[in-house]
Design a protein around this ligand. Structure first.
Ligand code: WT7
Length: 650
């Protein structure tokens, strides 16, 4: 990455120290960094001891077969026992685990004792179907409590789950079922989204038709709609689970027993089945949730708005929060149903104190305007989290002011499906946060920013983000493809043995980290490296802009030219002067080299379900190609609108 890019990057000088009360009562303090620096493995052993182990481990880390790590070798534990039973045994059975909020407004609260009974019934049901430890179970479910129950039941019997987003197509589900050779599919009749009932069972049927590994399909009744049925293969979840005992003895599994496979959304290539295992994974998701959200289980109400089909849902709806005995909100629907204040009505209704969401959502709320959250009582909030992509300073400040009332620390958490748990994030009681920076690696985690040659850059420099030490929740491989695991993550810096994250990053003068986005999102304009994020940040720092996506399109003279797609804030009309004004604004913020050649005003941007802008599709439009694969888009019609608007004379 060039010097220009780095020195131009966010000239951000604002600092937000933690509120005094939070600093005084924080779960984790500065001391954790010192302790972990002095004895990293000893530190992780202490965090593992926050869990219940049926049998203690022999060795904290076995790294002899790198890059295949083994953590807490010889130790045995049951994940579901740790997430549910031990809280009931400790006298917290009446505490609410899940406040379920259906999109139509129906709600249901599930206590830890009820969750335990449901998980036991489901574990017995799966056992009756012949599922044994090691068998894979596919889960294609909406955001309802049964999804959490299904995942925990799988964990309880040692059957790795493979959760597939409900919004994914039958073809996507089929390829994941085949790749993992899943024996059972758990799905639902349908779900509520944007005020309508969405079918799920027909897609599940299409996926399963001819899938050799699938023996049974379990169907949860959510909407009560009519569903196609295949006798002998299909079973109603409630019929099967209702007749099971609510007692089940959890067997302890080896620390390295597979817990789940999760396919990365894969903006390119065939999806990879990322494999996570038991002891190290639970240790790190539990510790990071405790440390970064400062969860006080007796008083906090936590809400992570991600879908369980995404790793954020696995780690920070299911395993992290439940292992810490959180009370949490699980919301089925979209933020704009029945109106654009739905998230804030939910926060007020359940008195949510910790909110974890994504920059794409925050920018959408910005676009809708601050008067919408202002109508709800958000005074229960005390910590705000962000995940999924770099958060622009403007969005960060808006989140802090309009949602956090200027008093809640923002924890920007960098991690990946592959890392399993948070890696770089501020501790809310320790860090003086900077808008747009994920700050530094968490205690026990080590990351570096290196040059293309693998040499660490000094403070103030930038380059590629690598992880130079193994961590407990690291992926253990790509399902069925050890070569792909080595190639994708470990072949970039073979001599140093670094894990290559694929992200660009900058270190500021204090050594704090600023994530720049995927390195394949770096544009090359007249020989200068410019990150799409950097230009997007500059655009959204203009008061008229709510959201921006930038791509580099092929250009005969400059190599690439910068094409930007801009959504205006509520109330702003596009006018001819604005185009020039925005270009001048980027020039002022970054320099003439980053000035977009084209600015296109659009109503929506193409995004994956996990909120990532699909720049690849925008690039197809900008380069006048026919569109590539759009199956992971939330709403494919968005692209027609954008393509129709773009004048193809550059
Ligand atoms: C990629 C991983 C981690 C769960 C959600 C996404 C980007 C994620 C941040 C952040 C800047 C971020 C990175 C990363 N990313 N969080 N706080 N700041 N970038 O999981 O789909 O595996 O994507 O998301 O580019 O590599 P994922």
């Amino acid at each position: 990455m060039s010097e220009e890019t780095l020195s131009n990057l966010l000239n951000e000088t604002r600092r937000f120290p933690p509120p005094a009360e939070l600093a005084a009562t924080a779960n984790v303090t500065e001391e954790a960094y010192r302790q972990a620096a002095a004895d990293r493995l000893g530190f992780w052993a202490e965090q593992a001891a926050r869990l219940h182990w049926e049998q203690p481990w022999d060795e904290v880390l076995d790294w002899s077969d790198r890059p295949f790590a083994r953590w807490f070798t010889g130790g045995r534990l049951n994940v579901a026992y740790n997430c549910v039973d031990r809280h009931v045994e400790a006298g917290h059975g009446e505490q609410i685990a899940i406040h379920f909020e259906g999109e139509p407004g129906d709600s249901r609260s599930v206590s830890y004792a009820e969750l335990q009974r449901e998980v036991c019934r489901a574990a017995n049901a799966l056992t009756e179907l012949g599922v044994v430890a090691g068998d894979r179970v596919a889960i294609y479910m909406p955001m309802i409590p049964e999804t959490v129950v299904a995942m925990l039941a799988c964990a309880r019997i040692g059957a790795p789950h493979s959760v597939v987003f409900a919004a994914f197509s039958a073809a996507a589900l089929r390829s994941r079922i085949d790749d993992a050779e899943a024996k059972v599919l758990i799905t639902a009749d349908g779900y509520h989204r944007r005020g309508t009932v969405v079918d799920l069972k027909p897609q599940a049927d299409e996926a399963v038709d001819g899938a050799e590994s699938i023996e049974k399909v379990l169907v949860v009744r959510r909407t009560g709609q009519q569903v196609p049925w295949q006798d002998g293969r299909d079973l109603w979840w409630h019929e099967l689970t209702d007749r099971q005992s609510d007692q089940h003895t959890a067997e302890a599994f080896d620390s390295e027993h597979p817990l789940f496979i999760l396919y990365t959304s894969g903006t390119t290539g065939r999806p990879k089945g990322i494999l996570h295992t038991t002891g190290g994974y639970l240790t790190q998701v539990s510790y990071t949730h405790h440390a970064v959200f400062d969860l006080k289980p007796d008083t906090d109400v936590y809400w992570c708005t991600a879908d369980v089909g995404w790793v954020t849902g696995h780690s920070y709806i299911v395993y992290g929060p439940l292992s810490n005995r959180a009370t949490q909100v699980l919301y089925e629907g979209t933020p704009d149903t029945p109106d654009r204040g739905r998230f804030w009505h939910n926060v007020a209704k359940y008195k949510v104190s910790i909110l974890y969401t994504a920059p794409t959502a925050i920018r959408t709320f910005m676009k809708w305007g601050g008067d919408i959250p202002a109508k709800s009582d958000l005074s229960s909030l005390r910590i705000l989290g962000s995940v999924g992509e770099p958060i622009n300073p403007e969005a960060w400040i808006w989140y802090r002011e309009h949602i956090g009332g200027g008093r809640c620390p923002i924890v920007d958490t960098w991690w990946q499906t592959e890392t399993g748990a948070m890696m770089i994030a501020p501790l809310p009681g320790v860090a003086a946060t900077k808008p747009g920076s994920a700050m530094r690696p968490l205690p026990g985690i080590s990351a570096q920013v290196v040059t293309n040659a693998g040499v660490p850059v000094p403070d103030g420099g930038g380059g590629l983000l690598v992880l130079d030490q193994p961590w407990p929740s690291m992926l253990r491989g790509v399902w069925g493809d050890p070569e792909r695991f080595r190639d994708t993550y470990w072949s970039r810096f073979p001599e140093q043995g670094y894990y290559f994250a694929g992200d660009g990053a900058k270190k500021d003068a204090d050594g704090d980290l600023w994530l720049l986005g995927r390195v394949d999102d770096i544009m090359l304009v007249s020989g200068h490296n410019i990150s799409t994020t950097e230009v997007e940040s500059a655009l959204v720092s203009h008061p008229a802009v709510a959201e921006a996506a930038v791509v580099g399109a092929k250009d005969e003279t400059t190599g690439q030219r910068i094409v930007s797609f801009v959504i205006l804030r509520g109330g702003r009309e596009e006018d001819p002067g604005l185009d020039a004004e925005l270009k001048a604004h980027v020039t002022k913020e970054i320099g003439p080299i980053a000035r977009p050649r084209q600015i296109q005003f659009v109503a929506e941007l193409p995004k994956t379900r996990s909120g990532k802008i699909m720049r690849r599709l925008l690039k197809d439009v900008a380069e006048e190609r026919s569109l590539g694969d759009t199956t992971t888009l939330t709403d494919a019609s968005v692209m027609d609108l954008i393509a129709a608007k773009l004048p193809h004379a550059a």
